[in-house]
Design a protein. Structure first.
Length: 143
């Protein structure tokens, strides 16, 4: 999606024991002047406000200005309301939005079928004599 220069420099995976509530970080520009912190949950159950609050606390601990919380499920109403009311800004990406982003950016998807639709190029049939601005005459039926 155009972040942080090269693929190697664009982001870093942090998610492990002791990650302090942050799974990854993306450099928003090549110089790393601004960072976006990530939290990802592969859950079937909805993500509630307490999880967003933990992530928010982790962002404060990192002095972060931006965070993205991604889940394969969905967020409760309380989680969404909380995320909309806090600073630093926390963007919530639920499973449906995640799937749309993955398709749009060709991540984890393969093309099942391509369709090519063609139309006639009417200029191909034009001659110098037809260049009066009007339509070319219909061909005569000589059968």
């Amino acid at each position: 999606m155009g972040y942080g220069g090269t693929m190697e420099d664009a982001g870093q995976h942090l998610g492990q024991s002791g990650d302090e509530g942050v799974d990854g970080v993306i450099r928003e520009d090549e110089l790393g002047l601004d960072l976006i912190y990530l939290q990802a949950k592969r859950w079937a159950a909805p993500v509630g406000r307490p999880e967003i609050q933990k992530f928010f606390g982790a962002l404060h601990g990192k002095r972060a200005t931006k965070g993205v919380f991604i889940t394969t499920s969905y967020f409760t109403k309380e989680a969404i309301e909380y995320a909309d009311s806090v600073t630093p800004r926390v963007i919530l990406v639920d499973g449906q939005r995640l799937a749309r982003l993955m398709v749009a950016h060709d991540v984890g998807v393969t093309t099942a079928r391509s369709v090519e639709i063609k139309r006639l190029d009417l200029d191909y049939f034009a001659t110098d004599e037809d260049d009066d601005g009007g339509p070319a005459p219909a061909p005569s039926d000589s059968t």
